[in-house]
Every structure is written in structure tokens, then in C-alpha cells.
Design a protein around this ligand. Structure first.
Ligand code: GTP
Length: 472
């Protein structure tokens, strides 16, 4: 059964390859020259995802395409000639794209997706080099090394066509597989979702804008037979960048794939040959710029996360001391200006060292985590919860009188007594110090006052709240 499934899967790969190959023949603007060559993208993806397991299917598909091509152009080659030519092409195609995709896979698997520009850079370099090697060797092998001038023209068109086929289609194929099997590395790069991703209708609007621009340029350039107008195709970079910065990478990849397919189709329908090379280069330049730019939203999102991480305690998600102080100073200025009462709570787990010593540090961490969850459930969203360090926490309660702050402390203290942990014997209590801070000179004075009260609570037997009313 497993063997039958494998044969079925590989036959499906051969079929897909041939369909894509037929698509590229369909969009050829001259014999063996198309804006893009999708089978190259498919071969590269198969080797990238399946490694050398993809070899038989890719080899068979390449050989069959030579036979099919012979039928299409009716070139009267014998079966033996076709088999020799087909295997040469297949060998080269599989060797170049197999080796390059496997090398790329080995290097990107080790890269963190946070470092997005690194896999993107490697992907672009590998694709450019592999398609150049394929085109040069292919022209030399299949056409027996023609004159320098036609060699350059044929290999350049082949190179750029293969490169765009890979650049444009690999991310789409990977994106599809990625949805099913989420992975790290380049594959996870495509999983990145910007927070600002727009609705589908807005994405569709950007796509239509790109297509209208593209059709306008190609039709006008063809009508006036003007390479200058054809060069305006590079301005498609702008709507593509818009898509990159506002949509997910997979949408960007889909947009590039559709754009290059439509461009290839239009060039083929209009029979454009003069400016076709400009369009080929444009697709590659636009794709490269889009991939590079793709790392910017990912970097921005990473930066945002790092920013939050730097200000937030990992274990309890409470604000770290320095940031808490900065926020408190800001609140104090406002509280003084508007005459609002503001209170500060300082609290500390009782005999936390003993908890750690008896139940272990992991149990101690669990206590801190659960405590933080409880505190958050008892406060308002405008209150600020901070970790001073170790088992000591702070709460800034804006627009809260000291009496109300005392009630908050008591509610938390009573909630703590009801907490349960993985260690059934573990019980926890906290001591609280409360101070009114809006009349203190800055954070330090307010903190000293709350700390004095906390020490008083500890001295007087722990598991209680101590406070001193500010003299008005
Ligand atoms: N599990 C765990 N322990 C921590 C963490 N941070 C600090 N600690 C420990 O917390 C303990 C704090 O103990 P102390 O400040 O001496 O006070 P205490 O044992 O709580 O005693 P009192 O405050 O007087 O009731 C120390 O043993 C620290 O090693 C943490 O993130 N996780």
C-alpha cells in the first residue's frame, strides 16, 4: 500500500511538472524563450522539500518533456536521439537544481527565522547561480556551443527565464506546503504574518492596480514599438512593495506569481519579442526587491517583540523595574496636575526561600507565575504591575485612594490563600506595604515609604497589609 501511495505521489509530481512545462511553452515569445520557466521552480521546490527523493520524478518528467517538445515542433528526431537528448537535459536539470536546492536547504535549516534577510539572501544567490550554471551548460550541451553572439542571447534568455520561474514560484509552492507542514527556516519565513495584514478586498485592489499598470505598459510599448515605454514596467516595483509592507509573504508570493504569469501570457499573445527581454529582467528585479523588502516587516515585528521583551519580565510578564519607574514618574506628573490620588503597593512572598529550598526552584517559579495571574485578575487595566526583582512586586494604582489600595491589597492577599499548585502541600502568603504617592517627591520617596510599610508587615508576623496615611 505504501509503495502504491509513493508511486502515485511521484506520478503526480511528474504530471505537475509536465503541466507547468506546457504552460511555459504556451507562454513562449520565441522558441525556447519564455518570460519565465515554471518547471525550474517546481524542480527546485521538490528538491528543497523532498531532497533526493524527488530525483526519479524530476528525471522522468524532464525526459518526457523532450519527447513532447519533439512532437510539438515535429522535429523528426528518432526515439534514440530523443532519449539521448532527453537524458542529457534531465541529468543536467536534476544535477544543477538538485545540488543547489539541497545545499540551500542544509544552510537555511540552521537559520533562525528572526534573521529573515539571511535565508532570503541565500535563496536569491543560490537561485541566480544555479540558473546561470544551468543556462550556460544547457546551451553548450543541447545546442553544441553556437556562435558567441547567439550563445549569449540564448543563454541569457534561458538564465533569466529559469531564474524568474524559480524566484517567483518556489515561495508559492513552499507556502502551500508550509500551510500543511509548518517548519522553520525559509519555510517559516513565509509563515510570518504582519499584524497589519489587510482584508482580501484590499489585497485584490492592489493586485488589480498592478495588473492594470502592467497591461498598460506592455500594450503601449507594443503599439509604439518603444523600449523606453517597456522600461516603465520596472515601476511595478511600487505596487509590489505596497503589497510586501501590508500583506503576508504568501500573498506577496502569490501576487508575484500571477503577475509574471499574466506578463508572460500577454507577451506571448501580443507576439512581443523586441521588449520581451526587458520584461524578463523586470520580473526578476521586482521579485528580488520584494524578497529583500519582505525582511523589513519581519524585522519591525521582531524589533517590537524585543522591545516588549526588554521591558517585561519573562516569568511573570510583569513590567521590569526601570520601565515601571519611568511609567510611575509619568503618572505622578499627571496625578499632581489633575489632583488625582495615586497609590503604590509593594508586596513580597513570605519565606519564599523556604519554598524554593523545600519544593525546588521550578515550584518557586510556578508560585510567581500563578501569583502574577491572580494579581492581574484583581486589578484594573490602567493599573501597572511591576516586578522589582526576586519575589518582590509593585503595583501602581492611578486614581486610587489609599483606602481603596488597601482593599486591593487585601483582595490579592486573600486570593493568594486560595491558590493551589502542582505540589499539594505548597501554601503561599504575601506581605503588603501601601503608600500614597501623589504627594511624594518622585518615585524613590514613594517607594521608600511603601518599603517601610512592607517591612512593618513582615515584622508584625507576615501575611498582612500595612499602610500609613499621608499627612494632608
Ligand atoms: N524560583 C525562583 N526563585 C527566585 C526567583 N528570584 C529570586 N528567587 C529566590 O527568592 C528568594 C527570596 O528570598 P528572600 O528575599 O531572602 O526572602 P524570603 O525567603 O521570601 O523571606 P521574607 O521575604 O523575609 O519572607 C531567594 O532565595 C531567591 O533565590 C525566581 O525567579 N524564581
Amino acid at each position: 500500500m505504501e509503495k502504491i501511495t509513493a508511486v502515485f505521489k511521484h506520478s503526480l509530481l511528474v504530471l505537475t511538472w509536465l503541466v507547468l512545462w506546457r504552460l511555459s511553452v504556451f507562454t513562449e515569445y520565441a522558441p525556447h524563450a519564455s518570460i519565465w520557466f515554471p518547471p525550474a521552480g517546481f524542480t527546485f521546490t521538490c528538491f528543497l522539500l523532498l531532497r533526493w527523493q524527488a530525483l526519479p520524478a524530476m528525471f522522468i518528467a524532464s525526459v518526457l518533456s523532450t519527447g513532447w517538445e519533439s512532437l510539438v515542433f515535429n522535429d523528426q528526431r528518432s526515439l534514440e536521439q530523443l532519449l539521448i537528448a532527453g537524458s542529457h537535459f534531465a541529468l543536467l536539470h536534476c544535477l544543477v537544481y538538485g545540488v543547489s536546492a539541497n545545499l540551500l536547504r542544509g544552510s537555511i535549516d540552521r537559520i533562525s527565522h528572526h534573521n529573515l534577510y539571511a535565508p532570503v539572501m541565500r535563496f536569491l544567490l543560490t537561485v541566480a547561480t544555479a540558473s546561470l550554471v544551468m543556462a550556460t551548460a544547457g546551451v553548450l550541451l543541447l545546442f553544441g556551443g553556437p556562435q558567441l553572439e547567439s550563445f549569449l542571447a540564448t543563454s541569457l534568455a534561458w538564465w533569466i527565464g529559469d531564474m524568474s520561474g524559480i524566484l517567483v514560484l518556489v515561495p508559492v509552492f513552499i507556502g502551500i506546503v508550509n500551510r500543511i507542514y509548518p517548519r522553520r527556516g525559509l519555510l517559516s519565513a513565509l509563515n510570518f504574518q504582519p499584524k497589519t495584514e489587510s482584508r482580501f478586498s484590499s489585497f485584490a485592489g492592489k493586485l488589480v492596480l498592478s495588473w492594470v499598470l502592467m497591461v498598460g505598459v506592455v500594450v503601449l510599448a507594443d503599439y509604439y514599438q518603444s523600449s523606453e515605454i517597456a522600461c516603465l514596467i520596472f515601476f511595478l516595483t511600487l505596487p509590489q512593495m505596497w503589497i510586501v509592507f501590508t500583506e503576508s509573504p504568501i500573498r506577496m508570493a502569490v501576487s508575484l506569481a500571477i503577475l509574471s504569469f499574466l506578463l508572460a501570457l500577454l507577451v506571448s499573445i501580443l507576439g512581443v519579442s523586441e521588449q520581451a527581454y526587458i520584461y524578463q529582467v523586470a520580473i526578476n528585479v521586482i521579485a528580488c526587491s520584494a524578497y529583500f523588502a519582505m525582511s523589513v516587516p519581519a524585522l519591525v515585528a521582531d524589533n517590537r517583540e524585543l522591545h516588549i521583551e526588554a521591558k517585561t519580565d519573562f516569568l511573570t510578564k510583569a513590567v521590569m523595574r526601570q520601565h515601571f519607574i519611568a511609567l510611575t514618574e509619568q503618572h505622578l506628573k499627571q496625578a499632581k496636575r489633575y489632583g488625582h490620588q495615586t497609590s503604590l503597593l509593594l508586596f513580597d512572598v513570605d519565606k519564599f526561600k523556604q519554598i524554593n529550598d523545600r519544593f525546588g526552584h521550578l515550584a518557586g517559579d510556578e508560585v510567581l507565575r500563578e501569583l502574577a495571574i491572580l494579581v492581574r485578575s484583581k486589578i484594573r487595566s490602567s493599573d501597572i504591575f511591576g516586578r522589582f526583582g526576586g519575589d518582590e512586586f509593585m503595583l501602581l494604582l492611578p486614581q486610587t485612594s489609599i483606602e481603596n489600595a488597601f482593599s486591593v491589597a487585601e483582595a490579592i492577599r486573600q486570593g493568594i490563600a486560595e491558590l493551589t499548585f502542582s505540589e499539594p502541600e505548597l501554601t503561599v502568603s504575601c506581605s503588603f506595604g501601601v503608600a500614597r504617592v501623589d504627594e511624594c517627591e518622585g518615585f524613590q520617596k514613594a517607594f521608600d515609604e511603601a518599603d517601610r510599610q512592607l517591612l512593618k508587615a513582615k515584622r508584625e508576623g507576615r501575611n498582612q497589609t500595612a499602610l500609613r496615611f499621608a499627612e494632608n
